[in-house]
Write a protein that binds this ligand. Structure first.
Ligand code: SAH
Ligand code: SF4
Ligand code: F3S
Length: 442
């Protein structure tokens, strides 16, 4: 009988892609995926450690599987991803019913680790970091799925070492995939019916920055823009310091590139930006935003902001609010600073109280929500191109898609529209999505 696996994914889009690779590997071993741990022979968590809360969630979740394992001792439980990378063997010590731990560079080792557990009940842990060539040769296959949009990894790892961030410690050094591999992958996805790709990396703007023998990131965008059958192109995440003039110009010249950029700024205070080791000032950042808006007046920005970095004063925080008002982001992900093991910021003195931080966080959120509401309201009554992605969860006969600004639109329409770009008139604006009606098929 076929064995069943249950896989849960936390964290960023990198983990989503990694989980697609894990699923493909397991399918190759004769497993099939199930939607609940109750019926599974193998339970895997693909984890995130970017903030303390995310990390604690993993241990909470593992606790839920203990009673199942008590009833069925043959159940294999494993943890992969960034917490696994960070904790390694310690996880096996802490969690007595855990069978295997595999780090971010070791998805390919899963079959052997599994075999050890199955045949010898030998618990295993593999968190070795591999060099560039090994990692590039280890890009495992992903699941084939019927989907209009897919992620495509262009680079992995991060060399920036922002002082608060665990990612460089758990994902290792930056590597860029060859442009020919990426273009071939996008072409094959398009042949499977994919119409939009999001190029993915911890810091896509540094794609091939250290390799003159292959194309630059703007050149890669141009190559992908030229692929027949692809309708849309996005990329995430961008680091402001590596956002070159050439890349900014792509928003004016590439017809398939969506008019949206996620450009985290983290703090509006130069003093804090320096302590964060971000490599730009608020003025540098605003200058790049101005140029983006110049080459593409319709562009909308989203961002990430950290509140409560060690020693952040009211003046520093005010600079963050000022920047938010100036740029007018369509959306922002706001985070309370969370100290992370091994990072430089975790050792910095911090004299601000938790209450102060929470109050600032709430003020920022209020401001951003007001700006977001104003921006999204301007879509009201507009007829906008929407790439239809699938059936909507909102009700019978409805489909959903997204605008160029990555905004979800639900509307009455046939499933025949899936994969097509149609004109939709926006009739209602909610906090996280729009409702519309079909204006005309393209
Ligand atoms: N590579 C991406 C971000 C990855 S982490 C980039 O550089 O933009 C996603 C977001 O989590 C970051 O942009 C930051 O805002 C937030 N973050 C990272 N470490 C954090 C920490 N220790 N505490 C709070 N937020 C953090
Ligand atoms: Fe973390 Fe900075 Fe790298 Fe982003 S660029 S992953 S915030 S170290
Ligand atoms: Fe989290 Fe790892 Fe991504 S720490 S944000 S899953 S790179």
């Amino acid at each position: 009988m076929k064995k069943a696996f249950y896989l849960e994914t936390f964290g960023c889009q990198m983990n989503v892609v990694d989980s697609e690779q894990i699923a493909a590997l397991l399918t190759g071993l004769g497993y099939h995926q199930v939607g609940s741990a109750e019926n599974a022979d193998l339970v895997l968590l693909n984890t995130c450690s970017v903030r303390d809360k995310a990390e604690r969630k993993v241990y909470g979740h593992l606790g839920r599987f203990k009673p199942i394992k008590d009833k069925r001792p043959d159940l294999i439980i494993g943890v992969g991803g960034c917490v696994a990378q960070q904790e390694g063997e310690k996880m096996l010590e802490k969690v007595s019913y855990l069978d295997l731990v595999f780090g971010t560079h070791n998805i390919h080792r899963l079959p052997e680790l599994l075999q050890e557990v199955e045949q010898n009940r030998q618990r295993g842990c593999e968190t070795t970091f591999h060099d560039r060539d090994t990692r590039l040769n280890l890009f495992p296959e992903r699941t084939v799925q019927e989907s209009v949009t897919r992620f495509v990894t262009v680079m992995q790892g991060c060399d920036n070492f922002c002082s608060y961030c665990i990612v460089p410690h758990v994902r290792g050094r930056e590597i860029s995939r060859s442009s020919s591999d990426i273009v071939a992958e996008v072409k094959s996805l398009v042949a499977q019916g994919v119409r939009e790709v999001t190029l993915l990396g911890q810091n896509v703007n540094s794609y091939n920055l250290k390799n003159d023998e292959d194309v630059s990131f703007p050149q890669l965008l141009e190559l992908i823009n030229g692929i027949d059958g692809l309708q849309r192109l996005r990329f995430a995440t961008s680091h402001p310091k590596d956002l070159t003039a050439e890349l900014i110009n792509c928003f004016g010249s590439l017809d398939k590139l969506c008019k949206h950029i996620h450009l985290p700024f983290q703090s509006g205070s130069d003093r804090i930006l320096k302590l964060m080791n971000r490599g730009y000032t608020a003025a540098d950042y605003l200058d790049k935003v101005a140029r983006l808006k110049l080459v593409c007046p319709e562009i909308r920005l989203t961002t990430d902001i950290i509140v409560g970095f060690p020693g952040e004063t009211e003046t520093d925080f005010q600079a963050t609010l000022d920047l938010v008002e100036q740029v007018r982001y369509a959306d922002a992900f706001t985070f309370l600073y969370s100290p992370r093991i091994e990072t430089a910021a975790a050792k910095m003195a911090d004299d601000q109280s938790a209450l102060q931080k929470q109050q600032r966080f709430d003020r920022l959120l209020d401001l951003q929500q007001q700006i977001s509401a104003e921006i999204w309201e301007t879509d009201s009554d507009q007829v906008l191109p929407v790439l239809v992605e699938g059936e909507s969860r909102q009700g019978e006969g409805q489909v959903f898609g997204r605008t160029t600004w990555n905004r979800i639109v639900n509307f009455q329409g046939s499933t025949d529209l899936i994969g097509k770009t149609v004109a939709v008139k926006i009739t209602k604006v909610f906090r996280n999505s729009h409702v519309g009606e079909l204006a005309e098929a393209e």
